[in-house]
Design a protein around this ligand. Sequence first.
Ligand SMILES: *Cc1c(COP(=O)(O)O)cnc(C)c1O
Length: 411
Amino acid sequence: MARALNMAKTTLDFKGDFPALAQSVNGKPVVYLDSAASAQKPQCVIDAMNEVMTKHYANVHRGVYTFSAETSAQFEDARGKVARFINAASEKEIVFTRNATEAVNLVASCFGQSLKEGDEIVITELEHHANIVPWYFLKEQRGIALKIVPVRPDRSLDMDAFEKLLSPKTKMVAVTQMSNVLGTVVDVAAIVERAHAAGAKVLIDGSQAIVHYDIDVRALGCDFYVFTGHKLYGPTGIGVLYGRYAALDALPPYQGGGEMIEKVSFDKITYKEPPVRFEAGTPAIVEAIGLGAAIDYLNGIDRTAAHTWEMEVFHAAEKLLSAIDGVTIYSTAPQRASIISFSLDEIHPHDVATVFDHLGIAVRTGHHCAQPLMKSLGVTGTVRASFALYNTMEDAEKLSAAVQKAKRLFL
Ligand SMILES: *Cc1c(COP(=O)(O)O)cnc(C)c1O
């Protein structure tokens, strides 16, 4: 059911689908500009999760009774929805994790077992800590070397430097598709092509990109793709690891426990095939179903129109902010989306955010889980306003007015 674009007002009313956004904060209608940290949830996600728990909740896969069969079917159905959403070849390529962080840790830990001293892993200066620390563990544990692709002065990724870092020693390239600090969009298809030519595997961190772009993992050709449910309008506690089946099947188990085994005796244990090999214990059942509902929601809207709309609001906000004296915008890559990272003269980002909060505006401040990137920008933190499909031109105007107000208060 595609939603019609109201050309007269050039607006799409997605806000109405998100009950939390109908509220007031500090006496002001809420302006939510922190979707890059976590997105608000549409009513249909809340309803789907409520419904499982109200109508037929039970543990999955083990029960023969009706509740368990119904919940199991819905849980596996969610896996199928994820597979189709990213155009995976099969739902066997979809592993449910706790979040994107766990998905990267899973690959680093399992793939890492095949690595030896002197092997190299390439990451970039744009990465979230979730795509740095798990690889750093391998440096500590196995003596691998981490090679870092720098960011250019224009905030794009230095693709020439990337190519020079590749060598026969490169075993894995782990790269974000979109920076959570700068909104920089990376040409991951080109990265996959070059990394594969060098014989390396590729993991893409799609935590931000999948919220704004249609993702086709087969067209990208990546070995692994990770994302997190709560940024994609779904619940917390659920993330996704996509792995090309052969790449997944080459990995040893991650955690041990129930569900992931075939046969257990005290002398010998055999493991199931992917994806269950990597899903020890009771999964996040209700959350997986909630993520399935979020995907249904996105499939039910005109995503192209929604993206166009969101980019219009984002660019309008950029234009308003850059016209204000004293504002420095860091998120200036030629290919970028939905995120404005900025500072306001010498005013501490936390002070800016506190003024914003009094006006009902939610933004994020600090290092945004990307301290190496902060260092390369030469700052300790920024104010980050991030946009989602439910933001409006009014939100952009209120953000700009709030910056003016902070200036008046502090300068
Ligand atoms: C949010 C984010 C993550 C981590 O997501 P979690 O849900 O905290 O695991 C990883 N990478 C990027 C680019 C992100 O924005």
